[in-house]
Design a protein around this ligand. Sequence first.
Ligand SMILES: [Mg+2]
Length: 392
Amino acid sequence: MKIEKMDIVVVGAPWRELTIVELTTDSGISGLGEVRMVNKTDTLIAAVQELGARYVIGMNPADMTKLAWNIQVAEYGLPGEVGQSALAAFDMACWDIMGKSLNVPVWKLLGGKFRNRIPAYANGWYQGDRDPEVIKHLAKAVVDKGYRALKIDPFGSASAEITRSERMRALAILESVREAVGPDVQIFLEMHGRFTGAAAMAVARDVADVEPSWLEEPVIPTDVTSLRQLRQSTHLPIASGERMHSAHELRPFLEEGLVDIYQIDLTHAGGITGLQQLIGWTNAYNTLLAPHNVCGPIGTAAALHFSVACPNFKILEHFNDFADPWVFDIVEGAPRVDSADGCFAVPTGPGLGVTLNREECEKHPRTGGRLALFKDGWEKRVAVETYTQPED
Ligand SMILES: [Mg+2]
C-alpha cells in the first residue's frame, strides 16, 4: 500500500482555523489528519505541501517512525512547532489508514484498551464579560452539560505583571466558578505563560483556597528558572507542555520534577507516534499526560484514541460543546462528551472512526481567525479585529 494523493481542506471559525489533511492510498483507503495551527495556517499549509511532496507521497502508511525521522532528523533543520504539526497531520492520517486497513479502531494498535471512559474538561465556555456573576452562570451551564472539569484564564490581557486590583478580580471570578460548580468539579487555572515568576507566585498564593487542580503555563514555558521558583513556593500542581514539541524539550522539566501534568498537543508534537513515545518517559518520572486539544472532531478523535490506551492519562481538553459547535458536522462520527458523566466513550469504528463531510466544510471557509491573548476580549472567541488594546 502506498500513499498517492494528498488533499488539504481548511475550515474557518472566527478565532481558529482547522487544517485538515486527507491522504489517499493506491488501495483506495484514505485517512484524515487535523491541526489547529496557532495563528500560522498559511505557514502550516506550506510545510504540509513541501514535506508531503518530499516524504509522504509514495510512502507506505505503516512506516510512520521513518516518516518522523525524515522530518525530524533527515531535514537537518529542527522541525519546531510548524514541522511537528505538519508531521502530526500526516501521522494521524497514516494511523487512520492503518486502522481502516486492519478493520480495527486505532486504539487497538496502541496497546489496547486501558480505560472504558475518557474524562474530558471544558474550555471555550467563558465567552462573557470578566464579571464574577456572568462567569458563575456560564460555569453552571458547563456542569449542567455533565462536565466534571473545566478550565479558565481569568486574567484578561495581563502581561508579565498584574495589578493588585486585577489579581483580586481574577480571584473573585475563580471563586464564583467554585461556587457554581461545587467542591468536586476540577477547576484548571490557565495562565497562558503570562507572568514573571514573582507575579505567578502572588497569583498562586491568592488562589490556594479555591484549590485549582492545576496551574497551567504560569510563566513562559521555556523559563526553567522562574518555574523552579514557583515550584518551591506552592503546593498546587503545575501543568505545561502545549508548547513543547519534542521529547528533548521535556527533558529539563522531567529531570528537575518541575511539572506534574504534561499537556502535550498531539497535533503539534508529531502526532500519535510522537505522543506514544512520551508515555514511557513521563511515566518514569511519575507524571501524567493531559493532551491539549483545540481541534475539531478529527484531532479530538486522534487524541481520544491515544487517551483510551495511555496508562498515565489524566483528562482530555474539549472546546466544541461551547465554541463553534457546528464543527461536529464537518465529519460523520464526531466524538461527543456524554452528559451523564462528562466523559467520552471508547470509539468503536475502524481507524479514527470519522469521515469527512466536504459539503459541511465548504460552508465554513477560511476566516484568518487567530488568537491575541494580550488584548482585551480574546475570551469571547470572536474575530481578532474586535479585540481592544489594554490601557497602558
Ligand atoms: Mg493552555
